[in-house]
Design a protein around this ligand. Structure first.
Ligand SMILES: Cc1ncc(C[n+]2csc(CCOP(=O)(O)OP(=O)(O)O)c2C)c(N)n1
Ligand SMILES: [Mg+2]
Length: 320
């Protein structure tokens, strides 16, 4: 990868981390309405996949844990923060909140409160891309819990039957709420299910940006060139609870171990500074710029107006 692409990837991962760490502390103040599910720890997945996508041709569908996917697909960070605070300056004018951030201008079809809601959307988006004939690709992110939904399994089948330019990214963080994936995923491997639907499937280390980037490159290229869908199982850990407020009585110790030994940002930094590709100073500068951006995003969100009663009647019906 070129230095520019590496710096961009690091900035994206750092932005997601800072966004989520900051939301963790802000949520505790009680100023944020609704539910928030944090993506911290999983940054290499969204970043490694979306690095291959462009804004106009390519689309993604996300989950309830969607902030990282949105940031990696270039949705404006300040508009996202304002949306989470429920302000009119938000990406959906404050009407969606964390679980419904969408920006069609960036090919981000939406976070989604419905587990398994993304894969069917992606079949539609991939079919549209195929008919347009411009090489567009559609990517569905879903969790280990989402991988057991009928909607996901039907989508995997349809994607093969229609030979769609689709990529399915199963983010296996080990739990669906408090239910362990080792218990709930029949057969034990999400990636192995690909064979049943006649598509390539593989498992990658989700703490390793480069591993995700490489696996996604192959899948996206296959989709762009008419080779059909791929299923990739990305194995990772979420650093916070299922939602903010989760007491996490179902696990102990593993998060600290992941943070200390596996963290994707640390691993990225060690690798690119260790082989002399980038300097620590270049990365430190990005850290400082991102910290300022998130400070500004929070301050601007808090200062922005809330929707009024009159806003209740806008954005209800689409204008053709
Ligand atoms: C159709 C549906 N069923 C149940 C829920 C409640 N729910 C919200 S998140 C979640 C767990 C999802 O786990 P997973 O897909 O592994 O994603 P993760 O939270 O680990 O990112 C459940 C059961 C829901 N939102 N939608
Ligand atoms: Mg999960």
């Amino acid at each position: 990868m070129h230095d520019k692409a590496l710096l961009r990837a690091y900035r994206t991962m750092r932005t997601i981390r800072e966004f989520e760490e900051r939301l963790h502390s802000e949520f505790a103040t009680g100023d944020i309405p609704g539910f928030v599910h944090l993506y911290a720890g999983e940054e290499a997945s969204a970043t490694g996949v979306c690095a291959h996508l462009d804004d106009h041709r390519d689309t993604i569908a996300s989950t309830h844990r969607g902030h990282g996917h949105c940031i990696a697909k270039n949705v404006d960070v300040k508009a996202m923060m304002a949306e989470i605070y429920g302000r009119t300056t938000g990406s959906c004018h404050g009407k969606g909140g964390s679980m419904h951030i969408a920006d069609l201008s960036k090919g981000m079809l939406g976070a989604n409160g419905i587990v398994g809601g993304g894969p069917p959307l992606i079949c539609g988006a991939a079919l549209a891309a195929k008919l347009r004939g411009e090489g567009g690709v559609a990517v569905a992110f879903f969790g280990d819990g989402g991988s057991n939904q009928g909607t996901t399994l039907e989508s995997l089948n349809l994607a093969t039957v229609w030979n769609l330019p689709a990529v399915f990214i199963a983010e296996n963080n080990g739990y669906a709420e408090a239910t362990a994936a080792t218990w709930s995923v029949g057969g034990g491997s999400i990636a192995a299910r690909a064979a049943a639907f006649g598509m390539p499937g593989r498992t990658v280390d989700g703490f390793d940006f480069f591993a995700v980037h490489e696996a996604a490159a192959e899948a996206v290229e296959r989709a762009r060139n008419g080779g059909g869908p791929t299923l990739i199982e990305v194995q990772l850990t979420r650093y916070y609870g299922h939602f903010e407020g989760d007491q996490q009585t179902y696990r102990a110790g593993e998060v600290q171990q992941a943070r200390n030994e596996l963290d994707c940002l640390k691993r990225f930094r060690d690798r690119v500074t260790g082989d002399g590709t980038l300097t620590a100073a270049q990365l430190d500068q990005i850290d400082a710029e991102v910290a300022r951006l998130i400070d500004d995003a929070v301050a601007e969100a808090k200062a922005a107006p809330l929707p009024t009663r009159a806003d209740l009647e806008t954005d209800v019906y689409i204008q053709y």
